[in-house]
Design a protein around this ligand. Structure first.
Ligand SMILES: [Mg+2]
Length: 399
């Protein structure tokens, strides 16, 4: 089997309501849908970040991809890794991952096997997903209220628990002062006393604030699964962690292979988050997991507003990582729509591993066309600003 062509279609899918985070708001998600055409009649699909910059990088990568066997993703990664060392051209890891995702889907479809089998085989058939509770602005149509108080976070947690059954509660913080968000965390603990609890301030806190809040959490008897990126950088995390006996996880300060050695040596984190995009694909995640295992560092999984294709990639990958001992993240329950024919549904707080070949999901052509037009009309979602606070520019630490 040989790759004949790569097609790319940018789409923007709006969120149910704008998500708030430490560096701005996210009104939706811009993704590029990748279709990999092969000479066997099979087309593989992939998804990755962005619009224009992704198209440019895919064009750069194209001559190195055409003619390859989609099953040979090691060769693919080797060919594209040359760009990691060049200043003049750039095929970032998230673009490599989108191409690799489409390759694995094509190979799986051609062989009649799920991607999880090609990754070495599933060790579980479902993966638990955290509630991932965001502060939000009200939806544009006014249908959904703002989530901007501790009580509203609790309401949202109850609503999502009723609907999806999440058994890990995760508060996305870094929006309000730690004292205010602390109240939400307390309400969550009281309501779900047996569930793992995570707080993710997205590096909004200084090292000093992290130590102060961490000590308060310990003296109040909180038993957090982890604090996620309370402060920024390997050095900042390392300094804070040395003073607070709470596990730290990251999707901000340790997100690339060359950060593994210093980050682990400095004891900056206890848990590294896998990610189907920014690590560079399935193979890159497997390498990271092997390093984490060797150093007895934990592994979780990060989410950044994936649509249904990347959600499938996450579930396949998560089901093949034996030492992934935590619920993964997903924004899926906050997405207004998707571009696949059968959207994901939660069963008892989990996503189930698809049994079909490849990723096990199919494109909904009408939806792709619709959200491509939406992308052309609205361009890319910029998450690093806040239209509701004119003039505000994100700068960390905030607190
Ligand atoms: Mg995070």
């Amino acid at each position: 089997m040989k790759i004949l062509d790569i097609k790319a279609t940018p789409v923007t899918v709006p969120a149910e309501a704008p998500w708030r985070w430490s560096m701005g708001i996210e009104t939706g998600t811009t993704r590029t849908i990748i279709e990999l055409v092969t000479d066997s009649g099979v087309t593989g699909i992939g998804e990755t970040y962005g619009g224009a910059r992704t198209l440019e990088a895919l064009n750069t990568a194209k001559p190195f991809v055409l003619g390859l066997d989609p099953l040979e993703t090691g060769t693919l990664q080797h060919r594209l890794s040359v760009f990691g060392t060049s200043y003049e051209t750039n095929v970032p890891p998230f673009v490599r991952s989108g191409i690799e995702m489409a390759c694995m889907d094509a190979a799986g479809k051609a062989l009649g096997r799920p991607v999880a089998s090609l990754l070495g085989g599933a060790v579980r058939d479902r993966v638990q997903v955290a509630s991932y509770l965001f502060y939000r602005y009200a939806s544009e149509d006014g249908r959904l209220p703002a989530v901007d108080t501790a009580e509203r976070i609790l309401d949202r947690a109850n609503e999502l628990y009723e609907r999806n059954g999440h058994r890990t509660q995760k508060l996305k913080g870094g929006v309000f002062a730690p004292k205010q968000e602390y109240r939400a965390l307390r309400l969550l603990r009281d309501r779900f006393p047996d569930d793992p609890l995570v707080w993710d301030p997205n590096a909004a806190w200084s090292v000093e604030t992290t130590i102060r809040v961490g000590r308060q959490l310990l003296s109040d008897g909180f038993d957090l699964q982890w604090l996620e990126d309370p402060t920024s950088s390997l050095e900042g995390m390392s300094q804070a962690r040395a003073s607070v006996e709470i596990p730290f996880a990251t999707n901000m300060c340790l997100i690339a292979t060359d950060q593994l050695a210093p980050g682990i040596r400095m004891r900056s984190v206890d848990v590294i988050l896998a990610d189907v995009h920014y690590w560079g694909g399935f193979r890159a995640n497997q390498k990271m997991v092997a390093v984490a295992e060797a150093f007895n560092v934990g592994v979780g999984m990060h989410s950044d507003r994936e649509l249904g294709i990347s959600t499938a990639a996450m579930v396949h990958l998560a089901c093949t990582i034996p030492n992934l001992a935590y619920a993964i993240d997903s924004h899926y329950h906050d997405q207004a729509d998707d571009v696949i024919t059968t959207p994901w549904v939660y069963r008892d707080g989990a996503f189930e591993l698809p049994s079909g070949p490849g990723l096990g999901v199919e494109l909904d052509r009408d939806k792709v066309d619709f959200y491509h037009r939406y992308y052309l009309e609205h361009t890319e979602v910029n998450e690093f600003y806040d239209p509701y606070r004119p003039g505000w520019v994100p700068a960390l630490p905030i607190f």
